[in-house]
Write a protein that binds this ligand. Structure first.
Ligand SMILES: [Zn+2]
Ligand SMILES: [Zn+2]
Length: 257
């Protein structure tokens, strides 16, 4: 059973529960390791959190919990570093590297806020051509380890969040496949694992994890590694459907523990 989860958010950023509520739930589930991964501060998106000092409060609280629960569970203090945030200081236990925005004429558009915002960004920045947008996006993804110092590559195909009905673009289109394949080949060289992120399933956006099965096969064929993560924003989402999707990864050939 997989009982470690490294991608979780709390009320210090855009999550719902406190770190301690998450820890208590993780202990109840019998988890071995709980890693917190607060979002890096983004001054262009104050909806995630508006005071950069929150990051330091978060670190202090996780340090307190590490000590308090050290006999019951291993707790790690990580950060989900966005490619456009100022670099984080070095004393986090690990870094998840992610691309959450597209910058168009000085304005940052979140890729995962709503279908409308995404459509607006693709219209304004790429003349409505989703494949041009995808090519830009995967070129950014290809640089995510280099730019964030990531230990884990976050939700590689986040841009399919609002495409469950296939209405935004065809996930098998040759231009789309070529774009992600190029990014996968570049990122595999870093040796860092790609997360299999079940967050869009637990929140009802998609029926399959990031990345999709085709991309997982591409990662495998190119010699990459994977790690399970929930991207949970509340205690109920910890380790969400890990066994189900780890089984898919195992069928592809990955060694998932
Ligand atoms: Zn993210
Ligand atoms: Zn996240």
């Amino acid at each position: 059973m997989i009982s470690s989860d490294f991608h979780t958010h709390t009320h210090f950023c855009d999550g719902k529960d406190s770190p301690e509520e998450m820890v208590l739930s993780a202990i109840e589930k019998g988890m071995e390791t709980l890693g917190f991964s607060m979002h890096s501060f983004a001054q262009f998106d104050l909806d995630v959190y508006s005071d950069p000092a929150a990051l330091y409060e978060y670190k202090k609280e996780v340090a307190r919990l590490k000590e308090k629960y050290k006999d019951k569970i291993k707790i790690l203090c990580g950060i989900e570093q966005d490619i456009y945030s100022a670099p984080a200081d070095k004393d986090f236990d690990y870094v998840i590297g992610s691309v959450h925005y597209v910058k168009i004429e000085g304005e940052y558009f979140p890729l995962d806020l709503s279908r409308e915002v995404l459509l607006d960004a693709v219209e304004k920045g790429f003349g409505g051509d989703f494949y041009s947008f995808a090519e830009w996006y995967y070129d950014e993804e290809a640089k995510v380890v280099e730019k964030t110092g990531a230990d884990i590559i976050g939700h590689l195909d986040l841009i399919r969040k609002f495409n469950e009905d296939g209405g935004l673009f065809d996930e098998k289109h040759p231009r789309y496949v070529a774009a992600y394949t190029k990014a996968v080949k570049a990122l595999v060289k870093s040796g860092k694992p790609f997360e299999i992120n079940t967050g869009a399933i637990s929140r009802g956006y998609r029926s399959t994890p990031y990345p999709c099965e085709d991309i997982l096969k591409c990662i495998y064929e190119n010699g990459g590694k994977v790690i399970m993560s929930s991207d949970s924003h509340n205690k109920g989402g910890l380790c969400f459907e890990f066994e189900k999707w780890a089984d898919l990864a195992r069928q592809i050939g990955f060694d998932v523990k």
